[in-house]
Design a binder for this molecule. Structure first.
Ligand SMILES: O=C(O)CCC(=O)C(=O)O
Ligand SMILES: [Fe+2]
Length: 153
């Protein structure tokens, strides 16, 4: 991705806040910082990736697979300064027909099943569909797959 430097003195959105829809993402950049993660409601931290580091981002399907134990962090790109930014994101997309299903070891009385089993691609297409545009990115997994009340086994 290429993000253009903002006008002088401005702090500008490069990429809107979202959680990732692939299973996971590995990000590296050209050391012009810009990637931010939301740590608490509304509190954002800018990541400065060192030259040899990558950022591993848990996507919504991996959160569902882990029965909610792994968090899908809300993140965005904000640009300041006078340099353009280049980043590279490697998205993990499973083969067609892959079902996202939490292993039984991650489901018990204390950790009831949070999400129904679902076909990865059905969720992926849902997340980019017109109806889902009205749902906050961080709420799409909940809207698509939540089991409420949670089921315990
Ligand atoms: O460019 C970046 O650092 C982040 C890209 C990203 O979050 C995405 O493509 O999902
Ligand atoms: Fe992302």
């Amino acid at each position: 991705m290429k993000y253009m430097a903002p006008p002088p003195g401005e702090y500008e959105r490069g990429l809107f806040a979202h959680t990732d829809k692939p299973v996971s993402t590995i990000i590296c950049d050209d050391h012009v910082s810009g990637l931010e993660i939301e740590v608490n409601d509304g509190q954002w931290i800018k990541l400065s990736l060192s030259p040899s580091s990558f950022c591993f981002v848990v996507g919504d399907p991996l959160k569902a697979w882990s029965n909610g134990r792994l968090k899908a962090v809300n993140h965005r790109v904000m640009m300041s300064g006078d340099k353009d930014r280049l980043s590279l994101a490697a998205f993990a997309i499973p083969v067609e027909g892959t079902v996202i299903k939490a292993p039984k070891e991650l489901i018990d009385e204390q950790h009831p099943q949070l999400y129904k089993d679902f076909d990865f691609m059905d969720f992926f297409l849902f997340a980019f569909s017109d109806p889902a545009k009205h749902i906050d990115s961080g709420e799409q997994l909940q809207a698509y797959a939540s089991l409420s009340p949670p089921v315990s086994h």
